[in-house]
Design a protein around this ligand. Structure first.
Ligand code: GTP
Ligand code: MG
Length: 424
């Protein structure tokens, strides 16, 4: 910094001299007017004394950057004085800082962050639910569910979808779900308004299904009394094989005396087929060609605990042969007639078959080939329509192992499988 004092007759002259000597960056530190003897020694004259200063580094820089702002009084605005750094000894003590507003602000920020996180969690839940709903809706679209079903709570709606996917008739599936909904509502107050726990709803619906399915006890074998059971049904459903399975079970496991009778003299090899099983099991077998034959065979087997009757398979549309078979069965006073149906048959055909066999008064339904399908809804529809208890389930070709007694639990498993956790 260069500081210099100039004298001039007028203020303007003084400023001009400063400007000329120190440049445009110079600024005025002080001015004063003083008197001095005149140059000619004739009295005194006034003189302006101006003390100016210039920061030479700044001046050089400004000169280098041509075209700065126009100069004002003091040549250009005084450079901003650096903020004085207060020293410990001289600076007054800082006023007490009120932290309250800051704390409040901090709390508000914290609250806002927490709310944001909360919102994020809620958004994630909503997104998951939307995803589930989307899956459900696309399934509903595929399966053509009428929107009437949408009044079910979402959990039951999902179970409804599972039933329909398992080929349970939509109307029947809806009835079952509504029934479960009412039962849940009775238990919980109002389950339809609230959210139903999915696992609990599934359990409940399985129970409803189990209650819905009539099951028959196994063929009753009473000591000293001959029990007669006949298997009827369309071709190839597994009548003869199932006769063999039942015979093997009674003979080998229950140690009961068994006899076989076949009425099937239509199909080539039918007699041989049963004959082979009879030989393996070492049970007697009779081929009944007429009603009289049948009568005398039953008289002959009076001492047997179980007489199993195999019948010819034929098209259920073949009314004539069905009529003949009816004539045979009417000879048997206490017969258990099992209508054998394959689980692989189309639902509508199952009903049609059941209707056609109605004149034979089947007392039981027996399903075979469960191993050949993956959807079991048609069993339920048939059971509900035909209103006969189900006796046995055949699950393969193995004689005698692939046969089980039907239970409500097993059927509920097939129609609405338990959640993975429950099954483990
Ligand atoms: N996968 C599977 N096959 C079976 C089952 N039951 C029977 N079968 C098979 O189905 C075919 C027909 O069985 P049959 O016992 O001869 O059937 P059917 O009803 O007596 O036939 P018809 O006397 O001609 O009316 C055979 O190959 C059996 O091994 C079953 O539960 N599962
Ligand atoms: Mg047969």
């Amino acid at each position: 910094m260069r500081v210099k004092t100039f004298e001039a007759g007028t203020m303007q002259d003084a400023l001009d001299v400063v400007k000329k000597d120190m440049g445009e960056e110079a600024f005025i530190l002080s001015t004063r007017t003083r008197r001095r003897p005149s140059a000619l020694g004739l009295g005194e004259e006034a003189v302006i004394e101006v003390t100016a200063a210039v920061d030479e580094a700044q001046a050089t820089a400004t000169v280098a950057a041509a075209g700065g702002p126009p100069l004002t009084y003091g040549l250009r605005p005084a450079l901003e004085a650096p903020t004085p750094v207060p020293t410990r000894s001289t600076a007054p003590p800082p006023p007490p800082v009120d932290l309250q507003p800051l704390r409040r602000e901090l709390l508000e920020i914290k609250g806002a962050v927490a709310a944001l996180k909360d919102q994020e969690t809620r958004n994630a839940t909503i997104l998951t639910e939307l995803d589930q709903l989307k899956t459900l809706l696309s399934r509903i679209q595929r399966q053509g569910m009428p929107p009437a079903q949408l009044h079910l709570p979402s959990t039951l709606l999902e179970l409804y979808g599972d039933l329909v996917a398992n080929d349970v008739e939509p109307q029947l599936a809806l009835r079952l779900c509504e029934y479960a909904q009412r039962a849940l509502a009775d238990q919980d107050g109002d389950a339809s308004a609230g959210r139903v726990d999915p696992e609990r709803a599934r359990l409940f619906l399985r129970r409803v299904i189990a209650d819905f399915i009539p099951v028959a006890p196994p063929i009753q074998l009473d000591p000293g009394k001959m029990r007669v059971a006949a298997l009827v049904g369309p071709t190839g459903v597994g009548k003869t094989t199932t006769v063999a399975k039942l015979a093997a079970y009674a003979q080998l496991k229950l140690k009961q005396k068994v006899a076989l009778v076949t009425l099937d003299t239509y199909r080539l090899g039918a007699v041989d087929q049963l004959q082979q099983y009879a030989q393996i099991l070492q049970v007697p077998m009779h081929v009944a060609l007429t009603v009289e034959d049948l009568r005398s065979a039953l008289r002959f087997y009076q001492d047997r605990a179980l007489v199993l009757i195999d019948t010819p398979g034929h098209s259920p549309k073949d009314a004539e042969t069905l009529g003949q078979l009816r004539g045979f069965l009417e000879e048997l006073p206490d017969v258990e007639t099992h209508l054998v149906l394959s689980a692989t048959t189309k639902p509508r055909d199952l009903l049609e078959i059941a209707t056609r066999y109605e004149p034979l008064h089947p007392t039981r339904l027996l399903f075979t080939k469960l191993d050949e399908t993956s959807t079991y809804g048609p069993l339920l529809s048939t059971l509900v329509r035909v209103k006969r208890p189900i006796s046995y389930l055949a699950t393969g070709q193995d004689v005698p192992d692939a046969l089980e007694l039907a239970t409500s639990r097993r059927l509920a498993d097939l129609i609405l499988p338990a959640a993975v956790k429950e099954a483990l």
